[in-house]
Design a protein around this ligand. Structure first.
Ligand code: ADE
Length: 229
């Protein structure tokens, strides 16, 4: 899978993809992540990418020219399944959307900034608008990092034990059960006896029960979905 991210702040995106699982996914050739500086596509001699909004409206707007050029230059080289714009106006990102995107070949993520982008970009190029939650970030870079991270780890082969993605929280609308490691007892605090029993069936049943109980208590909204699906 290939993800092209268009941003005015490429520096913000240097670290999130340079470590651990996401770094290894790229080294293994399972994911290609390319960061593009929007200013490189500006025809303005000062490399400007924003301008005043028409009409009365406070704030600067990302201009159509550099974005159109950046998107067209990528589209000239390959087909894209989705051109995503990160914005608080979008549909709220969730595990279902992460699964959906992880099955795609090529996607573009355009990071929003300032007071928004020229509406014509949204009308003519953007195929999906995604928010990472009902709060406002200073820009779309962190949202693009969240989306990319959640998607790349789902690509088959990225996680060493493939089933570990399948047993993630949210994969079946349930939170994960609690986990423990050694020692079995620490300062009087004990690991549940059943986990030490060596009986796989009992352990699996206990984990499922715990997942259901935790979801019911902590995320009644998810629990409702679990019962419905
Ligand atoms: N840009 C600013 N806030 C955002 C959000 N919540 N999700 C996606 N992009 C954003």
């Amino acid at each position: 899978m290939r993800i092209d991210i268009i941003t005015v702040l490429p520096e913000i995106l240097e670290s999130p993809f340079s470590h651990s699982i996401i770094k290894r996914a790229q080294e293994k050739g399972l994911a290609e992540i390319h960061i593009h500086n929007l200013r490189d596509f500006s025809d303005d001699k000062h490399r400007r990418v924003d301008d005043y909004s028409f009409g009365k409206g406070a704030g600067m707007v990302m201009a159509i020219q550099p974005i159109e050029k950046a998107i067209e230059s990528l589209k000239a080289k390959r087909n894209y399944n989705e051109i995503i714009f990160t914005t608080p106006d979008g549909g709220v990102f969730n595990q279902k959307e992460a699964n959906n995107l992880s099955m795609m070949g090529n996607i573009i993520i355009l990071c929003g900034h300032y007071k928004g982008i020229d509406q014509r970009i949204r009308d003519f190029y953007i195929t999906k608008e995604i928010s990472v939650g009902d709060y406002v970030l200073t820009g779309g870079e962190l949202a693009a990092a969240i989306i990319t991270d959640a998607v790349v780890r789902l690509i088959p082969g990225v996680l060493s034990d493939e089933t570990s993605a399948l047993t993630d929280s949210f994969q079946d609308n349930l939170l994960s059960p609690p986990v423990y490691t050694r020692p079995a007892e620490y300062k009087g605090m004990k690991v549940p006896e059943i986990l030490l029993s060596g009986n796989d069936k009992l352990v699996d049943d206990w984990k499922q029960e715990q997942a259901i109980e935790r979801t019911k208590e902590l995320r009644p909204d998810l629990y409702k979905k679990y019962l419905e699906d």
